[in-house]
Design a protein around this ligand. Sequence first.
Ligand SMILES: NC(=O)c1ccc[n+]([C@@H]2O[C@H](COP(=O)([O-])OP(=O)(O)OC[C@H]3O[C@@H](n4cnc5c(N)ncnc54)[C@H](OP(=O)(O)O)[C@@H]3O)[C@@H](O)[C@H]2O)c1
Length: 275
Amino acid sequence: MRKRKFGPLSGEVPVIGIGTWKMEHDDSKAAIAAIRRAIDDGMTHVDTAEMYGSGQVETMVGEAIAGLRDELFLVSKVLPRNATYEGTLAACEASLKRLRTDRLDLYLLHWREKLPLFETFRAFEQLRAQGKIRAWGVSNFDDNDLADALGEVGSGKIACNQVLYHLKDRTIEHRVIPWCEKHGVAVVGYSPFGSGDFPKAKALDDVAKRLGATPRQVALQFLTRSASVFAIPKSANSAHVNELAGADLLELDDNAIAAIEAAFPLAPWHGLSSI
Ligand SMILES: NC(=O)c1ccc[n+]([C@@H]2O[C@H](COP(=O)([O-])OP(=O)(O)OC[C@H]3O[C@@H](n4cnc5c(N)ncnc54)[C@H](OP(=O)(O)O)[C@@H]3O)[C@@H](O)[C@H]2O)c1
């Protein structure tokens, strides 16, 4: 699996990882097997959150990653309602327990609400000093939120911004990707298949056919065509995971990128979207 530099972090992270949202509704054995398959296939960036199934999904992830911890780039998120200084420390502790590990590679503020960012960031820094997280970042931040965050902590601290990015919603290309590239922040695109609403389009089928790939593989390569961008598709099905990992073998040429851009044009800026 291709890897690339992840914001300010030393070392590289797989371009395609595995998401886990709503996995509490999947067959648990199949979902756990799918996460293990993803890790075997090199999709070692594993994304979860305390919100998912109210902790149930972190428990499933904990089971899936048993014995594999050192291979992973493990990510979880604190809910805004828990993101006071004390609340963040406690939420992280609870996530670590459910994940059956002593550290996260990345801890994110799931989205911004009214709490002062400084409180959450102070807790993140404390967790980092304690070795409980290696790095931290944000999610669902637009360029104004990012500027506020940078104003609080200065450069080199915010490792990533995890944001919505799929073929039918390329909004982050307007402001968020440029801001993140300028400030050395990784962009992790979530819901790369529109959260189960993957588009059917002739252009996608044609590119896939010409390059001997599948439409989802084309989508993943298109969405990660910028050097700062990563994708975290979710699947609880091992065969599906194999298909996603196979995207790694695909190279999109200029014609393919132009065809996808034309079929799924960038809509005018209307503010950042989220799920
Ligand atoms: N930070 C945030 O606010 C935020 C918000 C949303 C999502 N996320 C993260 O991003 C991850 C991905 O986003 P998402 O879960 O919304 O959706 P997604 O990855 O866009 O789509 C997932 C859907 O695609 C299906 N799928 C995946 N591979 C497939 C394949 N090869 N063939 C057919 N179907 C396939 C999955 O079904 P199967 O399981 O049956 O394969 C599932 O229904 C989440 O799981 C979560 O970790 C973060």
